[in-house]
Design a protein around this ligand. Structure first.
Ligand code: PLP
Length: 383
């Protein structure tokens, strides 16, 4: 049957109705995945092609150029078929050898994940544990780093609380040491300003389901010249994530293994749209939305976590008499809005609001109004 865009649109509408019957579809204001705009969603069901062709290589080379602009780097950006944790593991196994010393900044779940991965490969980890909501100062890193430190691992936005790290200050310090700076920007790149090359971030990773606003399943990693020197010496075991293979293949617009082709169709559209609008314009809009949300939360008497909240994820600390998890549940069941509960022990104190994808000022106002209604109930039932 010939390709028919009208038929495609109709199929999408029927499928949407089917999904609404089998699953309750709520407004996604979570820390990823995001809602996907129609044109991007439809691109995911484009006809399949064979990837080992000159045409596909050309397609990938164009994506690669756009990824570099998105990452603000002149270095290659490698595409991995995995979620963000895969790119974190790729960074560790490619850069390090058993017994290597590293410094890890942990301000919550995701900073700690660097430790969990590195420790499982017998890397010697020195952790800087940050009090909740605090951002690491470069001096703290200076106190822990030695001439043997191979890498400093940080999280651009600690998604479990929505707090930003001052990458510019840290990068400017680490560049003059033997160590490299490795940045998990999964929940930050595309939402907060991040100048990979200008701020001397040697390795930066991100994933598809946050500010890029395509479905989960792709992750990305860029590597500086300084970091490649470590990669060529690295002795940790690796196969699927061996970046040397990716480097060879990227030159000819290929990946060593079968890529997630449908996700690449979607990535291509999103990158073009982001770059056409202008990354700086998008970052400005994002920070205005975040400021609007923070102002509204404060007006409701709620505390936004940290002095440097991210523009992608905002963490709210609820007063002790209010159960944060019950707020998340009420928003879901009564108001059809999904926000993210905090992991582990913080579940009853903290919740997070994601502003990725096409979240508008109106969406934010509706959320604030819904929160207000729930909070009024809490106040009126207080003894
Ligand atoms: N790092 C950060 C900062 C994240 O926010 C996440 C996911 O939310 C991850 C890593 C892990 O990514 P994934 O769940 O895609 O493996």
């Amino acid at each position: 049957m010939a390709y028919d865009p009208l038929f495609e649109k109709l199929t999408c509408v029927i499928f949407d109705s089917y999904m609404e019957c089998v699953m309750k579809i709520n407004k996604l204001m979570v820390a990823g995945p995001t809602e996907i705009e129609d044109i991007v969603r439809q691109a995911g069901s484009n006809l399949m092609v064979y990837n080992r062709t000159p045409e596909f290589s050309q397609f990938l080379i164009e994506i690669e150029e756009n990824l570099k602009a998105f990452f603000k780097t002149k270095n290659d950006v490698f595409i991995l078929s995995s979620s963000g944790t895969g790119a974190m593991e790729a960074a560790v196994v490619n850069l390090l050898s058993p017994g290597d010393e590293v410094v890890i900044v942990s301000g919550g779940t995701f900073g700690y994940r660097w430790y969990e991965i590195a420790n499982s490969y017998n890397v010697k980890c020195l952790i800087i544990d940050m009090p909740q909501g605090d951002t690491v100062a470069p001096e703290l890193i200076r106190d822990r780093i030695t001439s043997n430190t191979k890498a400093v691992f940080v999280t651009a936005n600690e998604t479990s609380i929505g707090v930003l790290t001052d990458l510019e200050a840290i990068g400017n310090y680490v560049k003059d040491t033997n160590a490299i700076l490795v940045v998990d920007a999964v929940s930050s790149l595309g939402a907060d300003k991040l100048e990979t090359d200008e701020w001397f971030c040697d390795v930066v990773i991100t994933a598809s389901q946050k500010a890029l606003a395509i479905p989960p399943g792709l992750s990305f990693i860029t590597v500086s010249e300084k970091a490649w020197k470590l990669i060529y010496k690295s002795k940790l075991p690796k196969y699927y994530f061996d970046l040397k293979r990716y480097k060879e293949d990227i030159l000819r617009g290929q990946t060593p293994f079968t890529p997630a082709i449908s996700l690449l169709y979607q990535l291509d559209i999103r990158l073009k749209k982001i770059l056409e609008t202008g990354l700086d314009v998008i970052l400005k809009q994002q920070s205005e939305k975040a400021a609007h949300l923070c102002k509204g939360l404060k007006a409701l008497g709620l505390d936004v976590i940290g002095r440097t909240p991210s523009s992608g994820v905002i963490g709210i600390l609820f007063p002790p008499q209010i159960d944060a998890f019950s707020i998340v549940e009420t928003l879901r069941h009564e108001f059809s809005i999904e926000i993210t509960p905090s992991p582990g022990a913080d579940k009853h104190r903290i919740a997070r609001i994601g502003l990725f994808g096409n979240i508008t000022f109106i969406d934010i106002d509706i959320l604030l109004e819904s929160l207000k209604k729930i909070l009024i109930r809490h106040i009126s039932v207080r003894p």
